[in-house]
Write a protein that binds this ligand. Structure first.
Ligand SMILES: N[C@@H](CCC(=O)N[C@@H](CS)C(=O)NCC(=O)O)C(=O)O
Length: 287
């Protein structure tokens, strides 16, 4: 693979915005370890989110992962990486974060994950796992405390099917926001989105549970959440107005400690997303 070239590739639009004042409050239990370079310290988190500047093409490669933790390669506003961060926080796994400049990726990052996407997890044994839902399933298997996926094959299959359906909603969100930006009429797209939300709402009503898998948060809630956190950024928050159970689900999710630890304010999401749409993503916004 031509990693030089790949390093210059635009990152996908699966990205949202920055971190808010809200997060600054949660930036507590971290230990700064100036391991690799004086300007790019790695932060070890047990219960908080990454606030570190991204590693850019030309920056020194980090050394091996220490025995007592995992390493997450991330980007602060990436909704897919947020899935992994949610699971790491929810399960209380000790990890450090290295944020990657997705427009100027270091060559060493492409050697770890040839797809060049975040999130990626690396273990002390040098094992590398990527693709958000795969990283989350991996974490759930390796760290059995507070299991997020159901124990039965059918329970697992149901959550995977739900995730598969939900994945089809994601491009829709970007489509609406891009059409809005161009000043196009989005009423048709919004009607489609409302229909999809109605189905999710019906699922909650029918199942009579507070969350999508049960009365407590499970895997599927964390997989979907990052996109609901960004509804305001996409300008489609009002599409929840006719789906009261789904709206209540978003309110319950906002109470979850892992959500609180990883989220950005809508305002910050918007600033980052605009910088992304203008072709100059400000990955370090707010740092
Ligand atoms: N299917 C991937 C999508 C991840 C993804 O699109 N990440 C974006 C950032 S939000 C990325 O790494 N983009 C870099 C690129 O496209 O080169 C997953 O679920 O992990």
């Amino acid at each position: 693979m031509d990693s030089e070239k790949k390093g210059k590739k635009q990152h996908s639009p699966g990205v949202s915005s920055p971190e808010g004042a809200q997060q600054i409050k949660h930036r507590s239990i971290c230990v700064q370890l100036r391991l690799f370079s004086p300007i790019q310290p790695v932060i070890v988190y047990t219960a908080t989110m990454s606030t570190e500047k991204c590693f850019v093409d030309g920056s020194a490669a980090p050394g091996p992962v220490q025995q007592d933790r995992l390493r997450l390669y991330s980007m602060r506003f990436c909704p897919f990486a947020q899935r992994t961060r949610l699971v790491l926080h929810a399960k209380g796994i000790k990890f450090e974060t290295i944020n990657i400049h997705l427009q100027k990726k270091p060559v060493w990052y492409l050697e770890k994950n040839p797809e060049g996407l975040v999130p990626t997890i690396e273990t002390p044994a040098g094992e590398v796992v990527y693709e958000s839902s795969i990283t989350c399933e991996y974490l759930d298997e390796v760290y059995p405390e507070k299991k997020l996926l159901p124990a039965t094959p059918f329970g697992k299959a149901k959550q995977r099917m739900m995730l598969d359906h939900f994945s089809k909603i994601i491009p829709h969100l970007f489509k609406i926001s891009s059409a809005k930006r161009k000043g196009d009429d989005v009423s048709g797209f919004e009607a489609e989105l409302k229909e999809k939300f109605t189905k999710l709402n019906e699922h909650l009503v029918k199942q009579k549970t507070k969350f999508f898998g049960s009365d407590t948060i499970t895997f599927i809630d964390y997989m979907m959440w990052p996109f609901f956190e960004r509804l305001g950024m996409f300008g489609v928050q009002h599409c929840l107005d006719h789906t009261p159970e789904l709206k209540k689900w978003t309110e319950r999710m906002l109470e979850d400690p892992a959500v609180k630890a990883t989220m950005h304010s809508t305002e910050n999401h918007k600033v980052f997303f605009n910088s992304f749409l203008e072709g100059e993503p400000d990955y370090d916004y707010g740092l």
